[in-house]
Design a protein around this ligand. Structure first.
Ligand SMILES: C[S@@+](CC[C@H](N)C(=O)[O-])C[C@H]1O[C@@H](n2cnc3c(N)ncnc32)[C@H](O)[C@@H]1O
Length: 191
């Protein structure tokens, strides 16, 4: 069945909408905060066309699953994966609504979520779901635009998470590290 998230996002991907690419600075922060994968499982939630998932898999060495509610995004992700085989696993899943037992692994050393948290309607429920799939000692890596970085008149100001949403995101973790990237903030969170 088509979820509300798929109905919203799939036409955007199918119509050619694309999102901000990772920079070398972002990749360096990722390596610094996550470290090498050594084949451990990673889950990229809302992977879109798969750039972060491919990076986790082919560069950092995680055995990565990229999930997205949009079949069009996943088709792009698979097409753009020209790295060595086997590449990341791509799976259609609405992370907010679907049964998470469909995921290939029960627990992930790394869970990532880039430019996705903003769009989760029920953020407490989303964070509970993330905790349920994160291995003890694992890292939850979030990249989100934060409020106040653009002039209020900027038509893209609505892309930012609010201060309250940022506080909710970082509450309840034993380790919270952050790094700023122009309008974005990266969060490395550990249970
Ligand atoms: C702004 S895009 C970011 C894509 C990618 N992470 C990136 O950094 O380019 C947000 C992505 O989240 C996906 N998404 C939104 N809600 C979702 C949900 N409930 N479950 C899975 N994916 C979702 C969308 O389909 C879209 O690909």
């Amino acid at each position: 069945m088509t979820s509300a998230a798929e109905s919203h996002w799939d036409p955007l991907w199918a119509g050619g909408r694309r999102y901000r690419r990772m920079t070398d600075t972002e990749s360096a922060l990722l390596a610094e905060h996550l470290g090498p994968g050594h084949g451990r499982p990673a889950l990229d939630i809302g992977c879109g066309d798969g750039e972060l998932a491919r990076h986790l898999h082919h560069v950092l060495g995680y055995r990565t699953t990229g999930i997205d509610c949009s079949p069009s995004a996943l088709a792009l992700a698979a097409d753009e994966d020209t790295g060595p085989r086997p590449g990341p696993t791509w799976q259609r899943l609405d992370f907010a609504a679907d049964d998470l037992s469909q995921l290939p692994d029960g627990a992930y050393a790394v869970v990532t979520c880039r430019l996705v948290y903003r769009w989760m309607d029920d953020k407490p429920a989303f964070l509970d779901r993330v905790r349920s799939v994160l291995a003890p000692g694992g890292t939850f890596w979030v990249v989100a635009e934060v409020v106040g970085r653009r002039p209020e008149s900027d038509p893209r100001a609505y892309l930012a998470i609010t201060e309250a949403e940022a506080e909710l995101l970082v509450s309840g973790w034993s380790v919270v590290r952050t790094a700023d990237l122009d309008v974005l903030r990266c969060f490395a969170l550990r249970p």
